[in-house]
Design a binder for this molecule. Structure first.
Ligand code: NAP
Ligand code: GDD
Length: 377
């Protein structure tokens, strides 16, 4: 039997990721002590949480979800009342190149967290959220997808996440643990990794509009997704752990769009009107008009091309979530940020980022020139 305690101590694995950074902000604002697990790296990878470091209730611990000893040690030291297991090799395409590592992190990693809580004697006081995914529906057998829809995982990533989903259910039933899966559909933001399709598009739209890139190469333009805003989704993760009874929830907007449509709208927001012509690998996006500060010489140019390099051995092409249960039982609003608003947030951010990079590059160039001329020493 899991009882609610008055202390609010959260442990977040994957704290440096898109969701981990938003969730940390959300929980700190709620008065939690937030502990995050970070990996040692030779380069700086903490941009998303840099603004939180040094805050009194924010603590970081070195560890890795593939390392049982480290996980056990951290859980034992932190004595969390809530664990959010967000750590994962989260890129579907990469999972085809690194299937074993993906299984270790995304499947066995979940088991390590559950076992650490058990071994530390925290089953009665600690609740666990598992970052599950709409990729479980994979080669979809029903549209839209809800908590009853059969799973048909369609990548090494999805197969690993399916193990995570089932081991969470097993520990809930076998040991009465309060552990839940949030079956989250794609959620994006200005902090999204740059190789996921939405961020790749918004960055390219900004660069092309500012004359910094010639063309964007994409894979399957017809793929359909239910895209929401990550900042809204972390609230739902928290709500899932505040219920009387542990349960699993689909988290989605209930709206579906294609990659092509995302592309068209993002470019439009950057001042570029695109028209798609052709089919399959021959499809192209051509500029048919510009507005704002976008360069008029772009008109008539091909700005988007398909590259089969971005095709996947098996691709999930029809994700569309039904968030009825989350809306009804958690009181969560799936439509807080609209699709257009999400695109606006991302493109505005990337337009500013590309312009700032430009300004920084100009300062560097000027500095080099000044140094050369001896103007500054
Ligand atoms: P993300 O930006 O790729 O972040 C992944 C996080 O996991 C990073 O902090 C990463 O650390 C960490 N990590 C990876 N391997 C690790 C390991 N072996 N040990 C410890 N930490 C490790 O992903 P996200 O978009 O925030 O997604 C968060 C979680 O939700 C993931 O589990 C993902 O699979 C799942 N999910 C995401 C979506 C979505 O649309 N965003 C939808 C459904 C489910 P580094 O910074 O060191 O790499
Ligand atoms: N990444 C990428 N790059 N995807 C492309 C491209 C491209 O150039 N062109 C087309 N796509 C298509 C992919 O084939 C896929 O069908 C779709 O765009 C979305 O790809 P991603 O943005 O990489 O996300 P994902 O849906 O595969 O996975 C994300 O969402 C899952 C939830 O459904 C990740 O965040 C997963 O961790 C998450 O579980």
């Amino acid at each position: 039997m899991n009882t609610r305690v008055n202390k609010h101590i959260a442990l977040i694995t994957g704290v440096t990721g898109q969701d981990g950074s938003f969730l940390s902000e959300f929980l700190l604002d709620k008065g939690y002590d937030v502990h995050g697990i970070i990996r040692r790296s030779s380069v700086d990878f903490r941009q998303r949480i840099a603004h939180l470091e040094g805050r009194p209730h924010f603590h970081l611990h070195y560890g890795d979800i593939t390392d049982s000893m480290a996980v056990l040690q951290i859980v034992s030291k932190v004595q969390p009342t809530e664990i959010y297991n967000l750590a994962a090799q989260s890129h579907v395409q990469v999972s085809f190149d690194a299937p074993e590592y993906t299984a270790n992190a995304d499947a066995t990693g979940v088991l390590r967290i559950l076992e650490a809580v058990r071994q530390c004697g925290l089953t009665a006081t600690c609740r666990i959220y598992q970052a599950s995914t709409s990729e479980l529906y994979g080669k979809v057998e029903q549209v839209p997808q809800n908590e009853q829809t059969p799973f048909h995982p369609y990548s090494p990533y999805a197969v690993a996440k399916l193990y995570g989903y089932w081991i969470v259910r097993e520990y809930r039933e076998a040991y009465g643990m309060y552990c839940c899966s949030g079956i989250l559909f794609n959620h994006e933001s200005e902090r999204r990794g740059e190789t996921f399709v939405t961020r790749k598009i918004t960055l390219a739209a900004a660069r092309i509009a500012q004359g910094k890139q010639d063309c964007l190469y994409l894979g399957n333009l017809s793929s359909l997704r239910d895209w929401g805003y990550a900042r809204d989704y972390v609230e739902c993760m928290w709500l899932i752990l505040q219920q009387d009874k542990a349960d699993d929830f689909v988290v989605a907007t209930g709206e579906q769009h294609s990659v092509r449509e995302f592309c068209q709208r993002a470019f439009r927001h950057a001042g570029i009107e695109l028209e798609f012509r052709g089919e399959g690998a021959d499809e192209t996006g051509i500029c048919i008009g510009v507005s704002g500060n976008a360069d008029p010489r772009l008109v008539g140019r091909t700005l988007v091309e398909v590259s089969p390099d971005f095709y996947r051995p098996t691709d999930v092409v029809n994700l569309w979530g039904d968030p009825t249960k989350a809306r009804r039982l958690l009181g969560w609003n799936p439509q807080r940020t609209s699709f257009d608003e999400l695109i606006r947030i991302m493109v505005d951010h990337d337009m500013a980022e590309v312009a700032a990079d430009d300004a920084a590059a100009r300062v560097r160039t000027n500095l080099a020139e000044y140094l050369e001329k001896g103007i500054v020493k």
